[in-house]
Design a protein around this ligand. Sequence first.
Ligand code: DGY
Length: 339
Amino acid sequence: MPATDRPRILVCRPVPGEALDRLRTIAEVEVWPGPRPAPRPELLRLVAGRSGLLVVGDRVDEELLDAAGPGLRGIAQFGVGYDNVDVAACTRRGIPAGNTPDVLSGTTAEIAWALMLAAARRITEAERYLRAGRWATGGFGDLMGVDVGGATLGIVGMGRIGQEVARRALGFRMTVLYHQRRRLDPALERELNATFVPFPDLLARSDFVTIHAPATPETRRLMDAQAFAQTKPGAILVNTSRGTLVDQEALLAALDAGRIRAAALDVTDPEPLPADHPLVGRDDVIVIPHIGSATHATRARMTELCVRNLEAALRGERMPTVIDPGVYDRPAGAGGSAG
Ligand code: DGY
């Protein structure tokens, strides 16, 4: 195929793994060099005339779809969360959008566990203590933490990642409570040793609350002042989902009041979080820069899945992990307009 007739794909950030090479055999692939996302005006210019987009949290809305034009055939979001994508707008235009579920569940569960253990045993604080030369001078009772083994874990959002968190809790002999809209199949509840409870009960009983629900209008500021007031005194909050699920002002107030012991966050609102933000620099808060899926193997699997989604879109086939399957139910010829 002459180069000019080939589909044109924009990849909005350098992504790891070799799958992009496969995409290059069927399409012209341009990669925004990063490391920061393209500024919005630049992105709107770059998407024009593309057949496919691989986005990494970049906002996909009517404006961007208009800028891309009628030739856009598919969008691959590098991540399981897709709150950055206006999926309804894509569907209205007949453009399938896919995400990367499953391939990152264990890896993201492990970052939640890393945060939970680090907050319980004050690992980051202990390392700062040592680096400051305080090991030689500090008191024997410094850096006391709390036990994880045998404690009660509350999982908010028992999807794939929440379930992987629960699986790992079996080894720590924890009591596992969970809450989400729909109760799990009883056989799966038994396998995970997890008990479905109303949200206020989960808050009142859990020593650790870990958030794995998606970012939606319903979950926005789920952990607000009222929720913190219901939380078991001394609990630890872990969030690896999206920063918008936590009211950060209310979190700071709950920490200052001693209502909760600590928070450990992989996600914040906004991202990146400025280094002078009040959440940064506190001994009772661990903040890391959204690295939930950041292992070599997992990120390569995510690239592979994005490429498979784009390959399918270019061939007019069903994306393996399309977000809204309804996009394929639309009458022929319904695509291509914002209507
Ligand atoms: C996801 O998959 O949504 C993660 O947040 C990306 O790292």
